[in-house]
Design a protein around this ligand. Structure first.
Ligand SMILES: Nc1ncnc2c1ncn2[C@@H]1O[C@H](COP(=O)(O)OP(=O)(O)OP(=O)(O)O)[C@@H](O)[C@H]1O
Ligand SMILES: [Mg+2]
Length: 440
């Protein structure tokens, strides 16, 4: 049933040709020997949470919110949204609590013969409680090194009484081993998904990474981070108070200690972006001629690479395109752009919708003064030729072409002007051609 507007929920079903990418990471996890840290890196809104959900399903056959027995017991998962624990003084405690809570749940899903006996389960919980106590003692010292000191103190105390003596991470590792139902024949793993680390304050992000390094660097644990690597590195520079020109490099080295493999979310190319937009339009009410509309839009997008490589932004654009199409403003003009055979009216529809969605100030200017379109055309032809005063409404917009040279731009940002070629091919644009799109 088509809707008027898509929401922005992460999507566990891939429409961006990323399934091979997800399969490869799943294979690495299945065939790696932990401890292991894996990062899925992408800019905001490029699909990190969606990728983590797809990976979760690839590994277990279920989603994190499905409270049911996973299809594959080789991998057991915990889902941890870091920013939710933003105000916790020691975020690793929240993560340990979360794992502890999940253990009770997993145990319910195991068959009768696989279920942990009450006494074993109690032992597992005790190990977690001990670790949480140690981590909380670190809290009293209120520094990150406090976490380490608390661990060392615990070990000293326990090594003085050799019968109970056991390294804290051995204790936790063994508890997890039992909880997973591992034995000498299988090699079961706990996979911890940590999303939104980059949404935490620098201090919290650092504390969580430190906590993971100290307590969860275990032979049966894989930690998968969804992150914007740039943001995390900037946060680490701040939180670790790194100085000097190569502070970014130091931050990266710090991150690499915890996260050995970092996979960059593949950037959708022109065809993948087009297919995604058209698929989104299929789910939207766009009027009676929906097939025809989609076909003409497809021709525009096959000829002009004007979308950002960012599904969130493409979604916003699809929602807006649907508003425009439902408003029934197209006149049915059959004029074509000569060089590409694209219907002019649809080229203008996409251009004006992109301006409305991504370049707000420019849109406001055009609504105020539609003649300003001539400046936009000039900018499209050669940004350096546009008078700086006239340039003001386009102040935040970065050109992606200078004369005929492609400029380096962030593919996922929406303040990049990707309409150079399209505007060049449209040549002159009359005011009446664009006023139908303005103020809608
Ligand atoms: N592979 C995909 N297939 C279809 N839609 C996707 C895909 N990846 C992302 N999306 C869509 O793009 C939008 C952003 O996705 P998501 O929330 O996963 O990104 P994110 O990188 O986690 O964002 P944030 O930086 O805000 O955490 C959502 O609307 C989602 O439905
Ligand atoms: Mg996300």
């Amino acid at each position: 049933m088509p809707t008027l507007s898509h929401n922005d929920a992460p999507n566990d079903i891939d429409s961006l040709s990323q399934s091979q990418f997800i399969k490869e990471i799943a294979e690495v996890i299945n065939n790696s020997t932990p401890p292991k840290g894996i990062g899925i890196n992408g800019y905001w809104g490029t699909g990190k949470t969606s990728a983590l959900l797809q990976l979760h399903r690839e590994l277990t056959g279920i989603l994190p919110t499905d409270n049911k027995r996973p299809k594959n017991l080789q991998v057991t998962t915990v889902w941890f949204e870091a920013w939710r624990y933003q105000n916790e003084p020691v975020p690793i405690i929240s993560l340990l609590h979360e794992i502890r809570t999940r253990i009770r749940l997993w145990n319910r899903f195991l068959g009768k013969s696989k279920k942990l006996m009450g006494v074993v389960l109690q032992g597992v919980f005790t190990a977690f409680d001990e670790t949480i106590k140690v981590a909380s003692a670190g809290l009293l010292q209120n520094t990150i090194s406090g976490l380490n000191k608390a661990g060392e103190q615990w070990e000293r105390n326990h090594y003085e009484t050799p019968l109970q003596g056991q390294h804290i991470s051995d204790l936790l590792e063994e508890a997890i081993e039992k909880a997973l139902g591992s034995n000498s024949r299988n090699n079961r793993k706990l996979v911890i998904f940590i999303d939104d680390l980059d949404r935490c304050t620098p201090e919290v992000a650092l504390k969580l990474l430190e906590g993971i390094k100290i307590y969860l660097n275990l032979k049966n644990c894989v930690v998968v981070f969804g992150m914007d690597q740039r943001q995390i590195e900037q946060a680490l520079v701040k939180a670790l108070d790194l100085k000097g020109d190569n502070n970014g490099h130091q931050a990266r080295e710090y991150l690499e200690k915890i996260c050995q493999d970092i996979y960059h979310l593949p950037l959708p190319d022109k065809d993948a972006k087009k297919a995604y937009l058209l698929k989104l339009l299929e789910g939207l009410k766009i009027g009676n001629d929906d097939n025809e509309h989609r076909q003409h839009l497809a021709t525009v997008l096959s000829n002009y690479d004007c979308l950002p490589a960012n599904p969130r932004k493409i979604k916003a654009l699809a929602n807006r395109l649907a508003v425009m199409l439902r408003a029934n403003i197209l006149t049915g003009d059959l004029t074509l752009i000569e060089s590409t055979g694209v219907r002019r009216e649809y080229a203008l529809l996409i251009s004006m919708t992109i301006i409305y969605t991504f370049h707000r100030q420019l849109n406001e200017q055009l609504e105020k003064d539609s003649k300003y379109i001539n400046t936009v055309i000039m900018f499209a032809q050669d940004p350096s030729k546009v008078d700086k005063d006239l340039f003001e409404p386009m102040g935040g917009i970065k050109p992606s072409l200078a004369a005929d040279k492609a400029l380096p731009t962030n593919p996922s940002d929406s303040n990049i002007f990707r309409l150079h070629q399209l505007f060049r091919d449209l040549e002159s644009i009359t005011e009446s051609e664009i006023t139908i799109f303005l103020g809608k």
